[in-house]
Design a protein around this ligand. Sequence first.
Ligand code: ATP
Length: 296
Amino acid sequence: MQNTLQLKAYAKINLGLDVVRKRDDGYHEVRMIMQTIKLYDKLTFRLLEEDAIRIKTNLGFLPVNEDNLVYRAVRLLKDTYGVKQGMEIDLFKCIPVAAGMAGGSTDCAAALVGASRLFQLHLSKEKLMELGVKLGADVPYCILRGTALSEGIGEKLTSLPPIPDCHIVVAKPPISVSTKFVYEHLDANGIEKHPDIDGMIRAIEEGSLSGIAERMENVLETVTIPEYPVIDKIKDCMRQQGAMNALMSGSGPTVFGIFEKEEDALRTKELIRKQNLAGQVYVVSPFNQDPAIGRR
Ligand code: ATP
């Protein structure tokens, strides 16, 4: 019987993010183009015979109790299926925290996949996505992965064709942005210019990287950029260095730029570091969906 398993939990960026309206129940209805990128946390799972959930992580400030989404994922499976065994999880984080890259949600998704396998629950991807939405709106997408349209509160997903290969510079300035703060300060029903999400879908279907780049827009920037001007500075720097376009991901503060040439991306990364605009800077590429859930 398999006792251990290692999985990668990939981050996402939003190529486009629109807020359609604020619902009466306070939730925001969104339309987002999601893209998984090759920046990932590593999770190592070990089956325990005792009824316990233990988390170890390289980031001392992260919770290791039920406040960690990994813990909650394992707990949910144990409670739902009456599993008596336990799990020890070693969480090695590389994805910036509280950054708009779904770091916690993707760890949660990987924990659902990993624990269901070691507990031998034989759950389909669809079933895991159904369970995942109970833990966070972005969790089902993090199980699906690839290029996708996300609607509703983030739980209605439509897979799209993979975007053309490119180099993506990801830069997280040293500030923390609360997703709650951003949504609370967004005048959702007063947005004058909505991103062209349908146009971006057409550009993705046509495989046009320039068509995608020219439609990159995120309505949450209207709240975050006035508060944190460094976001705009990073975007300007990326564009000056040859990015086809640059945008804030999710509720920020992470900024990403799309580059055709790897040399431009690498030079931009060094420049952002040298100018102290961001401490965590990476050059990555898109991760495209693998239809078999077995391979992560
Ligand atoms: P999103 O893009 O979904 O808004 P985010 O990147 O803004 O996510 P996360 O990195 O998921 O935010 O973390 C937000 C908070 O969630 C952190 O402050 C942290 O305390 C808590 N958290 C719980 N579990 C995790 C986890 N496994 N990894 C990171 N943060 C976690």
